[in-house]
Design a protein around this ligand. Sequence first.
Ligand SMILES: *[C@@H]1O[C@H](CO)[C@@H](O)[C@H](O)[C@H]1NC(C)=O
Ligand SMILES: *[C@@H]1O[C@H](CO)[C@@H](O)[C@H](O)[C@H]1NC(C)=O
Ligand SMILES: *[C@@H]1O[C@H](CO)[C@@H](O)[C@H](O)[C@H]1NC(C)=O
Length: 335
Amino acid sequence: MAQARAALLFSVVHMLGCEGAATGKEEILPPATNDRPIVGILSQEQSFYLHSKYPEENYTSYIAASYVKDVEASGARVVPILIGKPRSYYEELLKKLNGVLLPGGATYFNQSNGYADAGQYIYEIAMKMNDAGDYFPIFGTCLGFELLIILASGRGEPENRIRCYSYSNMPLDFTPDFRNSKMFAEAPDELVDILANEEVTVNAHQFCIVDKNLNAFNLTKDWQVTSYSDDDFDVQFIATIEHTRYPFYGVQFHPEKNSFEWKLSKKYPHSYSAIKANRYFMDFFVNECRRNVHTFANAAEENKYAIYNYEAKFTGVLGSQHHECYFFEPRGLKN
Ligand SMILES: *[C@@H]1O[C@H](CO)[C@@H](O)[C@H](O)[C@H]1NC(C)=O
Ligand SMILES: *[C@@H]1O[C@H](CO)[C@@H](O)[C@H](O)[C@H]1NC(C)=O
Ligand SMILES: *[C@@H]1O[C@H](CO)[C@@H](O)[C@H](O)[C@H]1NC(C)=O
């Protein structure tokens, strides 16, 4: 634990050092003092499946409600972040938010004005904020995790991820130094034991980030792998990762599904231990967001952006893998 703190101290000092602004004072992490955190969740292109259920509305984008609930359950409020906006929209919004969640899903990174372009703005703006000493966390889940690594790789072609296949509930194979990380330094032993020994993390992905992806772009200094899992054909992929200087985190599995997704055929683990262990990830991330002190100008402005302006639709009953979804910017006649 002391070792982990020392490493954190080192990385923060190192970060300040890059800016030539190291003060030499005992500045560790900013304290988690913001007890009214507001987290932005990035929407993504409407899926073909969901479009087929709401053809007349022709929504531009959606967010699976499980991500919203997972963040809310950890004590934060949610603002949806729309896709297809100019950089200035993301710049203005991030000044008011305390962190951003990049959710999983299925969309191409090469579509313009979509999830990947918005994610790139967010990533660049957040790096700039952190470089200026304004602690701004990002958490990427599944596709969001892959996006973080692809952005760190320069978003070239071919994309820096491999094809793989995992639709299994898996344990995490922690690296020897996983405790020497921000994500797991303070994780309760009881939860680490569950994650290490029980099949409680939900995988649903056909791409993976593997060690060779990090090596190919010299990312091993900037990104610390803290655990792996094996895909359905025994390919070892990175399951959890974090940036060594920025508060950027990624998980390949879906911690939001255990509590909030219920499609029977998916066999999501809903046991007490699965719920407890997976709650840890948003609890950790929202606490990171408490270290950021951005605010909206006032309650009225906050209300204008809040997710409460939208109503989740019961998409599970229509056959979607998501039990509820939020939809944005209808382009059709209906609405
Ligand atoms: C949905 O809206 C987009 C953008 O305006 C348009 O290109 C597309 O044709 C619309 N689709 C349907 C089915 O109306
Ligand atoms: C985007 O990527 C997908 C999958 O890699 C590919 O099939 C598609 O042709 C690409 N589209 C463009 C416009 O490059
Ligand atoms: C990685 O680092 C090596 C050695 O410094 C360098 O030759 C190579 O071009 C770098 N690769 C990338 C993708 O940055």
